[in-house]
Design a protein around this ligand. Structure first.
Ligand code: UDP
Length: 492
């Protein structure tokens, strides 16, 4: 077990938050950001990591200079602890192994750490309820999802809750599966762990434990901000009578960091900084569209990969396209297609095969839009960067996020994914013409595009306000730290 930055005095009278994230980029990255944000507001934070992730997180943590410790604990699992390499049929075993971290973690916290005042855990770690109880401290959930998604998960009457929460904005209750005619999401979207595919993977027991743990939680930290989803944040609190701390966008922490630390946020980029920065510096302001489908829903069918490439080529706009290693390396035909495309669009299109320094790219002045799978982190990063979006959801709750972008923020244009409710039926390929048109619609001229851009810029301005002294996220972070600081002082 390795503990970095541990110091017996450092936690005196400070709130000490112990983060237990899921080792999955979309969960881990914002959890680390949230820990850094809390530390920047006067707390001490520990983040539990398994060995494959320590090196990936160290640059951001160490360069921050804040009292954030990485607590490395090995997983009791025969296969790898790297979730990118775990075969789908091993995922349930992986989560079970994670639950066996409880005893060594408790031992570590009692023996080597400053007094813990709060456990902050991922929704997928229901075993942390017992850990917090045993330590005699409260447990918060950190969720890298919108308040709207949380509301979907929280309530047994999904449709009614959503209808109430959004009646003022738009009645897009038809997204909810209890309305069978207009379902646009996979059948069990709100209880996402109950998706048919998950059942096959023996997640069912875990799903119930997760739902129980959601109820037993003392509060929820959300990577959103009050002004973005005001009604819904309130509804989330009312539905379960828990505190909801909207502290986002947590990624903003990195705007104050040096470029190298920001580039390495979460993982090492598979492209040289010189290459993409020089490329971006050469482009006109707001002219480049960035295309990425996140860290997990990225393995597209070969035909889809080609249609995306051809659509981007036809759009005539400069683009950065992040192609997953699986896609880039799959069959020879795709590899050849990508190489030929690169040659044809040389200077105008940049392909990143593998991991992109996304936040750094999105905050570059040359980037003017994003094609996104509507992962909440990517969406919040795009909002913070003031970018309009083409929305292309892949998984259950991403459809809720799409609706937020298109109907509530009005900065998104839907690519129009056709979901089938039938299990095992493939999503239709989005043709190149549709990709081209969607890109043109957010990057092109015209009043509608200009209005969309204006709204995106206004949201980014709002983001700056909420994160500064006196802003809602700033205040919530400060209150959160104070609340658990008071617990420590009282106990001391
Ligand atoms: N990310 C990145 N580079 C990549 C892919 C993803 O930096 O090439 C980051 C991205 O900035 C975001 C997170 O990984 O912070 C992905 O989270 P999101 O919720 O958008 O999607 P998920 O990967 O969970 O589907």
């Amino acid at each position: 077990m390795a503990c970095r930055g541990a110091n017996s005095d450092e936690g005196a009278a400070k709130a000490h938050f112990v983060f237990v994230p899921l080792m999955h980029h979309g969960h881990l990255i914002p959890a680390v950001d949230a820990a850094l944000q809390l530390a920047a507001h006067g707390a001490l934070a520990s983040i539990v990591v398994t060995p494959s992730y320590t090196a990936r997180l160290r640059p951001a943590v160490e360069s921050s200079g804040l009292p954030v410790r990485l607590v490395e604990l090995p997983l009791d699992l025969a296969s790898t602890d790297d979730v990118d390499r775990i075969p789908p049929d091993q995922e349930a075993a992986y989560l079970l192994a994670a639950s066996r971290l409880r005893a060594p973690l408790e031992h570590h916290l009692r023996a080597h750490a400053p007094p813990v005042t709060c456990v902050v855990s991922d929704i997928c770690h229901p075993w942390t309820t017992g850990l917090a109880a045993s330590l005699g401290v409260p447990r918060l959930s950190f969720l890298g999802m919108s308040a709207c998604c949380l509301l979907c998960l929280q309530t047994e009457h999904h449709a009614a809750a959503i209808r109430n929460a959004y009646a003022a904005i738009d009645p897009y209750w038809h997204l909810i599966p209890e309305e069978p005619v207009e379902v646009k999401m996979p059948t069990a979207a709100p209880g996402f762990l109950r998706l048919p595919a998950c059942k096959k993977l023996a997640y069912e027991k875990l799903a119930y434990a997760v739902e129980r743990a959601c109820v037993e939680v003392d509060g929820v930290i959300l990577n959103t901000f009050l002004e973005l989803e005001p009604e819904t944040v309130m509804s989330c609190m009312e539905v379960r009578n828990v505190n909801v701390w909207a502290v986002g966008p947590v990624s903003l922490f990195h705007y104050h960091q040096n470029a190298a630390a920001l580039a390495a946020r979460g993982n090492a980029p598979t492209i040289d900084a010189d290459e993409y920065l020089r490329w971006l510096d050469d482009k006109e302001s707001s002219s480049v569209i960035y295309v990425s489908f996140g860290s997990s829903a990225v393995h597209a069918a070969p035909k889809q990969v080609m249609e995306i490439g051809l659509g981007l080529e036809a759009s005539e706009h400069p683009f950065i396209w992040v192609v997953s290693s699986e896609n880039a390396g799959q069959d020879q035909e795709i590899r050849r297609f990508l190489e030929e495309l690169e040659a044809r669009v040389s200077g105008r299109g940049l392909l990143i095969r593998g991991w992109s320094p996304q936040q750094l790219i999105l905050s570059h002045a040359s980037v003017g839009g994003i094609v996104t799978h509507c992962g909440w982190n990517s969406m919040m990063e795009a909002v913070a960067a003031g970018l309009p979006m083409v929305t292309w959801p892949h998984l259950a709750l991403q459809f809720v996020n799409e609706a937020l972008a298109v109907r509530s923020m009005e900065t998104g244009v839907s690519i129009g994914v056709e979901w089938s409710k039938e299990e095992g039926v493939e999503v239709a390929v989005v043709e190149r013409g549709v990709v081209e048109e969607a890109v043109r619609s957010i990057m092109g001229g015209g009043d509608e595009a200009a209005e969309r851009r204006r709204r995106a810029t206004a949201l980014a301005t709002k983001v700056r306000e909420v994160s500064q002294e006196g802003g809602s996220s700033f205040i919530n972070l400060r209150r959160l730290v104070k609340r658990y600081q008071a617990v420590t002082s009282h106990d001391a």
